[in-house]
Structures are given as C-alpha cells and as structure tokens.
Design a protein around this ligand. Structure first.
Ligand code: NAD
Length: 407
C-alpha cells in the first residue's frame, strides 16, 4: 500500500465507522486542475468568484443557488457551468474536488457538513456556523475528515497576523492584559446599513424557498427576508457574525486564546428603527483565561474611527488596521530604550492559500479550529445580548438556540 493511502487508511480506521462514509481521497498532481463548485453566489459569492478565477490551475464547473437570478448571472459569467437550485445535486457531482460556500449564515453548517460528507474540500464563509451546537458538529466533522477546510476569515492570511504573532512570541509587548477593538460604519440618514432592495423577479416561482428556510418554520414566500436575511436572528448573527468575527479571530489567533470564559453585550437597534431585529449599536466585553479582557464596540451611525484592534501590553502596544502592516510602539515605562517598528511580512491571498493547501493536503491559514473559537465568541456575545445578562461558556453551551426573540 503506498504511504499516503496507508496513512489515510490508518487515520480512518482510528476514527471509526463514521469517517469510512467519506470517499477515498483523490490525490491531485501538480498539473491537475482542481474542479470547483460554488454554493450561494450572491454579493460575497461573486467576490469569491473573482478571487478563485485569479488562482492558477482551477476550473469552475458548477454552482447551486436557490434564486434563479443568481444562477443566470453565474451562467453568463462562467460558460458551460452547470447550475442547480439544490446544493445536494452539486455535491452529487463526482468530478467536483472542492466547494466554496457563501450562503447565508443559517445555511453554513448544513453546507459544511454535506460538503465534507460528499468528500470535497471546503472554503466556507464566516461565521463558521449560526449556533454553538452547529459549531460543535462542524468542528467534529472536520476533525474526523481528511478534507482541507478554510474558513473565510481572510485577515488570517495577512502579513500583520504573522508579524503580530512573532512580536508577541519575542516578548515585545510584555504582559498583555487588555485588547481594545472596534468597528464603525455610517449610512445616509433614513437608509439602514445592509438594507437591500428586493429585485422584481424575486418571487416564489423563482426561488427554492424551502431550501432557503433550511428547517426554519414554514411560511409563505417572503422576498424581503430572502434578500435581507442579515437583519433577522433566525438567519443571521447580526454584526457580531458579520464583523466582530473577523476581529476576534485575529485576536484569538495572534494571542492563541481559547473560547471566552464569559461574555457580556449591551446595545440595541438605535441607528435606524427599520424593523430589523439585530442591534446596530454594540458594546461587548469578553473575559478570556490568561487574565485577558477583550472589548469590541460597534456603531452604524458614525465611521470616524473606522476599524481597529489594539493589543495593550506592559512593554508595548500593537495596533492593527485591517490590510495594513502592523504597528508597534514601546511602553517607555518598561522599555525606555525601545523603538517603534512596523511589520514587513507581505499579505497572502486567502483563496490562493486554500488552493495551495488543497494541492499539498496541508492546513490552511484559517482552519476550522479558528472558525470554531471565533464562532463561539460571536454566539456567546449574542446570547448575552438576547438574554440581557453576562453568559459563561458553560451556560452558553447549555442554551437552546432560538430562531426569533420570544420564540
Ligand atoms: N469574508 C468576508 O469578508 C465576507 C464579506 C461579506 C459577506 N461574507 C459572508 O458571506 C455570506 C453571504 O453573504 P452575502 O452578502 O453574499 O449574502 P447574499 O444574500 O448576497 O448571498 C447569499 C446567496 O445564497 C443564496 N442562498 C440562500 N439560501 C441558499 C441555500 N440554502 N442554498 C444555496 N444558495 C442559497 C441566495 O440566493 C444568495 O444568492 C455570509 O455568511 C456573510 O457573512 C463574508
């Protein structure tokens, strides 16, 4: 038995019967094209389509989306691609090697689990899942599989991430007790953040509505919710799942933090009272082991300070503005002769990193473990907000996810 096959066999034998359901790995040669399918190609899916097209040696062969407009748009961009209104038909295709998922949050776990069960490698948009039980299931599935999984936390591939880790490891910050982070946006008054118009052809005839609902209580077709799913808890995790997740995954990964001990989140729907359920104004405190407190604030009514992470240590400060080199300043109290410096490591392309790892069967920059720990922080914060109290990790684990307030 060749070594690689033997290793896979031994790994599968050790993991037990569940894993044997996966088809055997196809080993891709350096010149083999990687055949890609996409699930959910709306706004972000189209960004990712542009990104994957920039990667050498891949071929787009199929997409699945519940809305006919998206399938038509895809066909007009990718000639010869097959399209489906049900992701399972795409996963049935034996000649697809790898799948990119950019569906709404409440579908991520299903698409994650089904993709791995079909034996395909996976790029899944963040947040990894809509709930904590789903995060547990996805992490377990990823650990029991030999598939290459990258979560769409693209800042993990930035040079600043590698530089920050190195500076912290070398002791430039001293004792770190506190991390401040924030993210802010603004929109013209009267126009709420994220609200999108519903296209005229967004009708029951053109949408596989049960597939979108994905187990949520059945109801007549609602085009507003299909297009503006982000505003409603049963499909979304609000701004924590949209933006906190990017910042907390970066903090977790450079400081090597586990899940939080506890979370407290306050705020509300203050900017535009347009029927949305998820808050636009947020203040969060996350208590981490190792004596570290992380705070995150967000508003949709002022973008003056935009977005930043600051790691505060007894000997220095690291400041991270996304997509820019990391900045370091010494604390003169403890490093009187210290000098400021800037990170110099180049950014990688997150999509390219995934494809490289698919070829090498290596671990990408944002593996499911980072997806899991960042998802747990997001869900603990949201559970705190919705229950109006501080929530420990143990309490959060025992809570049943709710589809809507009061349900
Ligand atoms: N990494 C990033 O920087 C980043 C940026 C933006 C969005 N995102 C993430 O991408 C995801 C999609 O966001 P978006 O703004 O593109 O949403 P979107 O609504 O524009 O696109 C979602 C697409 O999925 C389709 N869809 C819905 N249910 C489906 C199902 N069951 N099966 C197949 N297709 C289905 C919809 O018809 C739509 O075309 C979200 O999880 C979001 O958080 C990530």
């Amino acid at each position: 038995m060749p070594d690689a096959t033997r290793r896979t066999f031994l790994k599968q034998a050790a993991l037990g019967a569940a894993v044997l359901a996966y088809p055997p790995s196809k080993v891709l040669g350096a010149n083999d094209r990687i055949r890609i399918g996409m699930i959910g190609v709306g706004d972000r899916g189209n960004d990712l389509l542009g990104q994957i097209r920039g990667v050498h040696g891949v071929e787009l062969v199929a997409m699945a989306d519940v809305y006919s407009r998206r399938r038509d748009e895809f066909k007009s961009k990718v000639s010869g691609a097959q399209t489906f209104d049900d992701h399972r038909r795409l996963l049935d295709m034996k000649d697809i090697d790898a799948v990119i998922v950019a569906s709404p949050l409440h579908c991520h776990a299903r698409h994650f689990l089904d993709t791995l069960a079909a034996g395909k490698d996976l790029y899944s948009e963040k947040t990894m899942t809509w709930s904590i039980p789903e995060a547990d299931k996805c992490l377990a599935a990823a650990k029991g599989s030999d598939r290459v999984v990258q979560i769409g936390l693209q800042h993990e591939s930035e040079g600043a991430t590698f530089d920050a880790r190195q500076m912290i490891k070398e002791g430039w910050l001293g004792k770190i007790t506190s991390v401040e982070s924030w993210m802010s946006r603004n929109t013209p008054r009267g126009k709420g953040q994220w609200v999108r118009p519903v296209p005229h052809d967004c009708t029951a005839q053109n949408v596989n509505w049960p597939a979108f609902l994905n187990g949520r209580p059945d109801r007549p077709f609602d085009g507003y919710k299909l297009i503006n799913w982000r505003l409603f808890w049963e499909f979304s995790g609000g701004n924590c799942a949209e933006n906190l997740v990017h910042q907390i995954s970066w903090i977790i990964s450079v400081l090597d933090l586990p899940v939080p001990d506890a979370a407290y989140m306050s705020g509300g729907v203050f900017s535009e009272k347009d029927g949305r359920e998820v808050p636009d104004t947020i203040a969060i405190t996350l208590d981490y082991p190792k004596d570290i407190v992380v705070t995150w604030q967000s508003t949709f009514s002022n973008k003056h300070y935009e977005m930043s992470n600051r790691i505060l240590g007894s000997d220095g400060t690291l400041e991270y503005h996304f997509e820019e080199p990391i900045q370091y300043w010494p604390e003169k109290t403890n490093r009187p002769d210290g000098e400021s410096r800037k990170g110099a490591t180049h950014n990688q392309t997150h999509m390219q990193n995934w494809i490289d790892c698919v070829r090498k069967r290596a671990t990408p920059n944002a593996p499911p473990d980072i997806g899991y720990r960042s998802a747990i922080a997001v869900h603990m914060a949201n559970l705190s907000y919705r229950n109006r109290k501080r929530i420990t990790f143990e309490e959060a684990k025992s809570m049943t996810p709710e589809f809507a307030p009061g349900s």
